[in-house]
Design a protein around this ligand. Structure first.
Ligand SMILES: [Zn+2]
Ligand SMILES: [Zn+2]
Length: 136
């Protein structure tokens, strides 16, 4: 039997499971991914759609298709957390890595659209670090 990994949105209304063997983990620094995530980059795992299924809350999954490019944002309609989606031709399931409940396995990882990386992301990778909130 395949090794499965589970994930969910923040509020827990939506849960899914997917086979824990991904081809790629892409950190995408493009502007659209920054807008979608509100963060420095997207962190998306690409896997086999046959290994994916919703466990609950499929009716709470909202899909936004960006008109100008093949771009999709999928999220929980209650809490707004990003959620997995099929790519446009249905050959890959794209799973935002932060939605997973444990560590994924993947064959390789890449930074893509790195030319669009922000300066604040670049400097942030070398900044001071705390295990929790800062001391001061
Ligand atoms: Zn939610
Ligand atoms: Zn991107």
């Amino acid at each position: 039997m395949a090794d499965m990994i589970t994930g969910s949105c923040l509020c827990g209304k939506v849960e899914f499971e997917v086979e824990n063997q991904f081809e790629d983990l892409f950190f995408c620094h493009c502007q659209q991914c920054r807008k979608i995530t509100g963060s420095a980059h997207a962190s998306n795992l690409f896997g086999d759609p046959d290994g994916f299924r919703w466990l609950k809350g499929e009716n709470d999954v909202t899909i936004f298709n960006y008109p100008d490019r093949q771009f999709t944002n999928v999220f929980c309609r209650h809490c707004g957390s990003g959620l997995p989606f099929l790519n446009s031709d249905g050959t890959k399931i794209i799973v935002p890595a932060g939605t997973l409940n444990s560590e994924p396995r993947f064959s390789r990882q890449s930074k893509i659209f790195h030319a669009e990386q922000t300066q604040w992301c670049r400097t942030g990778e070398q900044t001071r670090t705390f295990d929790g909130f800062p001391d001061d």
